[in-house]
Design a binder for this molecule. Sequence first.
Ligand code: ADP
Length: 448
Amino acid sequence: APQNYDVVVVGSGGAGLAAAIQAHDEGASVLIVEKMPSIGGNTVKASAGMNAAETRFQRVKGINDSKELFYAETLKGGYGKNNPELLHRFVETAPQAIEWLADRGIMLNDITTTGGMSIDRTHRPRDGSAVGGYLISGLLRNINKRGIDVLMDTAVTEILFEQGAVSGVELLTDENEALTIHAKSVIVATGGFSANSQMVVKYRPDLDGFVTTNHKGATGGGIALLEKLGAGTVDMGEIQIHPTVEQTTSYLISESIRGGGAILVNQKGSRFFNEMETRDKVSAQIIALPEKYAYIVFDENVRTKNKAADEYIAKGFVVSAEGPRELAEKLGMDYHTFLATLERYNGFVENQYDEDFGRKTALRNPIKDGPFYAIRIAPGVHHTMGGVTINTETEVLNKQQQVIPGAYAAGEVVGGIHGGNRIGGNAVADIIIFGTLAGHQAASWAKR
Ligand code: ADP
């Protein structure tokens, strides 16, 4: 490979691959550097979809949506802490990002919803597969077709800076070989830091000992690379925990199990909260239990309607039982308490009113048909909303809000867009919207 490129992209998740494709299509020579032995970063684990309002695919389905509402609901979900300019750019260009993917054979034309959104605007692949794997394989197909250079098992250890602008990168291969690449611009798309427990605890001591749902490479190294160039950071303590993570495997148990009718019970066998509240609130209630974990309990009725449940059973961490008595025994719970919990909950379902915790959604199914199932869960670190500061053109800003020439960033490494809580479906939108924009900006900078 040549030692000179217009653009070096650090990281091969959704943001990095989208940036690389866009920069290439605008005539730039591009190198992607990935420290892990596989492509796709944490993006491959994305399950919900990609949020966008006023898209062609929504129109086809007769879904009447507005960018204003998308903006308002994202801001509300983020507790009003989102950076308004970045959020505006996000909402405005989301439909273009959906079309950008479609133009490249990546069709997200099935539409659903996630917590905090009132309208179907979460775009997913029609075949029902998880969005992350579909997206990464589609982007990779485009990378390969264009012959874009990719270095695997190689980390960027430093971003070089000469005469007032970014001038390249230092690399370290897995054989401990150092390498210098000259480049006119660098796009940092290294993802978040959920898998770096030291860094998580530095900003959030209360998250000490928490598992993470993230891949091993989510260590926040890109933030450190940019801080060395003087980059500012924002919202570093805004870290999302997901309430239902199986602790021995760090496997995320989808919200769709609760959405399908499952309940949460504590070790005593009692419900303790509205299962359908937002992630942060459900997590806080589990942490407040003396045992600090809970069980997701569901019956055969829920299992047959949810493909994910069979996957969890195959993974071996689901406790199955013929009925409530056997399940209580296996979980070491008092049978009478557990039975009373089920009977009371099933009464709420019948009356469509949860007297105890005010659950309003997914109250359809009484839990009564054997086999019965339980998964022991506790919260896990899921997404880091904070990161480096950028402007609406993805240019990295220093602590004085000035542009660092030639440095661009996109994806979870960036802070500000999601404020205090990231809505499901907004991370995938983020990486495609700002990834393509970073690719465009870096290519233009290289041509100047
Ligand atoms: P995003 O969703 O923002 O695209 P991902 O987590 O999907 O982020 O992808 C980020 C990728 O960047 C991961 O594959 C990770 O291994 C890679 N990465 C992180 N730090 C470095 C580094 N210093 N050098 C090369 N690759 C890196």
